[in-house]
Design a protein around this ligand. Structure first.
Ligand code: ATR
Length: 273
């Protein structure tokens, strides 16, 4: 059976094995997909060992996405722009191809939930690895503006500068946020520690949307906060997780699984190990 893994540190919490097992069932593909903890200084060696053992590909999560990108012999344009990869494909000739599917996963989930992007003003909070992977796919939807805001302004500025020729993108510090946005996306790692980014609630609009790229068993603090501020719909990142997984599955297997039913099954606790 073809073997795939997801590498991370930590990795125990990963839902990817459940998701890929469900995709395999749905598309009638025979694959094995497991979660693999990698020591911080052993990631490259672990990948080499997996290739030697006949592995066909892997997903890569925090904190290895930039290193996965560097390992590749060939990278897609979107991975090049993000300077990070979450999907590696191991070819028969021993070479490694890298792609990043996080951004496509996010945009697919936004569109699947009828959240309009074209002509809209979008605020992206955070300027780390999670943000860099989603900027190009968001700009491809031709929003009126994409503003990247970060606690550390300098990082937002540097990130926005990389995409200046791809659309109307700019950077702001949190204390400069004085406008409402149709969609507010949280890409910071703040939700992981139950914290809110220190931005004003006036960024939300009643007819607008909010999206937290993080997900949990219950709504994240950011999703709760956006709901208190009466946005039309606030979602966590579970759909993005399933969406990026579906893109990875398609890269490896050539067939795209259906997403929304898998999100529902995960939310209802129907997928278990
Ligand atoms: P990731 O790859 O998950 O994006 P990262 O590269 O470490 O992780 O970036 C984390 C992002 O979350 C950064 O934008 C960080 O802001 P700084 O650049 O100012 O550090 C942001 N972040 C983390 N905790 C935060 C908090 N409590 N409030 C606001 N921003 C936070």
């Amino acid at each position: 059976m073809d073997q795939y893994k997801v590498y991370g540190n930590p990795i125990k919490q990963s839902k990817s094995p459940l998701i890929h097992a469900e995709f395999a069932r749905q598309t009638e593909q025979a694959i094995e997909y497991t979660a693999q903890f990698s020591e911080l200084d052993e990631f490259e060696q672990d990948i080499a060992n997996f290739i030697k053992a006949g592995g066909k590909g892997c997903n890569v999560t925090v904190p290895f996405k930039e290193r996965a990108f560097k390992l590749a012999d060939k990278v897609t344009n979107r991975a090049q722009l993000a300077q990070a990869a979450n999907t590696l494909k191991f070819l028969a000739d021993g070479t490694i191809e890298a792609d990043t599917t996080d951004g496509a996963g996010l945009v697919n989930d936004l569109l699947a939930n009828q959240i309009p992007l074209t002509g809209k003003s979008i605020l992206l909070i955070g300027a780390g690895g999670a943000a860099s992977g989603v900027i190009e796919p968001l700009l491809e939807q031709a929003p009126a503006q994409l503003v990247v805001a970060n606690r550390t302004l300098n990082k937002a500025q540097q990130l926005a500068d990389r995409f200046l020729d791809k659309g109307n993108i700019s950077a702001l510090g949190f204390d400069e946020l004085n406008q409402r946005y149709d969609l507010v996306i949280n890409s910071t790692s703040a939700s992981l520690s139950n914290e809110l980014p220190d931005i004003p609630a006036t960024v939300f609009t009643k007819s607008g949307f909010a999206y937290d790229m993080v997900y949990g068993d219950k709504p994240t603090v950011f999703v709760e906060w956006a709901r208190q501020n009466d946005v039309k719909l606030a979602l966590d990142g579970l759909g993005m997780l399933v969406g990026q997984a579906a893109e990875s599955f398609c890269i490896w297997r050539g067939v795209k699984p259906e997403i929304l039913s898998v999100v529902d099954k995960l939310r209802n606790g129907e997928l278990t190990k």
